[in-house]
Design a protein around this ligand. Structure first.
Ligand code: PGA
Length: 251
């Protein structure tokens, strides 16, 4: 049985005080919720503050990006070790906004995934097609390539720890969610691809989140699909009550 994993991706939102307040509200409401793994991913500047709030609770801390090198002359970058130092256990990699606005390629995502795993961080590797790609029947090819290249060359024990997030770009922040059937179809495809990249046993162990306009109202049906193991939540994670309701839908 794969444990459901639900992460809040706060993107470039919340000053430290606001982030601390949101984390505290989530923590208070989820004190009893041990059946789902919950991760908060604030911006870098709020990692310390949020980390202090969730320390000692079941809520885990994640970052939204990192560099693949351990240290060095990379002005403005953050290393895996720096994230560990702040208490991070997870890191989102290859989010479509990073791919689109910051030109991250599958090769870059692969380097970062390997660096995260060797530093003891669990990468949440994001994949997903654009609207144009979906409308021209390229979803399968695009997602297959992204998963294969982003996760190439991992040994099995590292591979099993990875979380994949399927986030159709057309569903992110648009209010337009993939239907549970549409999402399940791609999740099942991703699991087949994972089996080819590593092996079928490892593919069964990998958790695959759905992301893209998840709300309390649609979360339960999405999370009840056989290959959907939780969610990566953007907009709805910025409000404690709506995020908590989504987490409860995963129980
Ligand atoms: P959304 O974002 O929930 O606001 O659509 C999801 C994401 O980008 O991870």
């Amino acid at each position: 049985m794969r444990k459901k994993v639900i992460a809040g991706n706060w993107k470039m939102n919340k000053l430290t005080a606001e982030a601390v307040e949101l984390a505290a509200a989530v923590k208070e409401s989820l004190a009893q919720c041990a059946d789902v793994e919950v991760i908060l991913c604030p911006p870098f500047t709020a990692l310390k503050g949020v980390g202090d709030v969730v320390a000692g609770s079941q809520i885990k801390l994640g970052a939204q990006n990192m560099h693949w090198e351990k240290e060095g002359a990379f002005t403005g970058e953050i290393s895996p070790g720096m994230l560990k130092d702040l208490g991070c256990q997870y890191v989102i990699l290859g989010h479509s906004e990073r791919r689109q606005y910051f030109h991250e390629t599958d090769m870059v995502v692969n380097r970062k995934a390997k660096a995260a795993l060797s530093a003891g961080l669990i990468p949440i590797v994001c994949v997903g097609e654009t609207l144009e790609q979906r409308e021209t029947n390229q979803t399968e090819d695009v997602v297959t390539t992204q998963v294969t290249k982003s996760l190439a060359g991992l040994d099995e024990s590292a591979f099993r720890r990875v979380v994949v997030a399927y986030e159709p770009v057309w569903a992110i922040g648009t209010g337009r969610t993939a239907t549970p059937a549409q999402a399940q179809a791609v999740h099942a495809l991703i699991r087949q691809v994972l089996a080819k990249v590593c092996n079928p046993g490892a593919a069964q162990a990998v958790r695959i989140q759905y992301g893209g306009s998840v709300k309390a109202a649609n979360a339960k049906e999405l999370f009840s699909q056989p290959d959907i193991d939780g969610g990566l939540i953007g907009g709805a994670a910025l409000d404690a009550a709506s995020f908590v309701d989504i987490v409860k839908a995963g129980v």
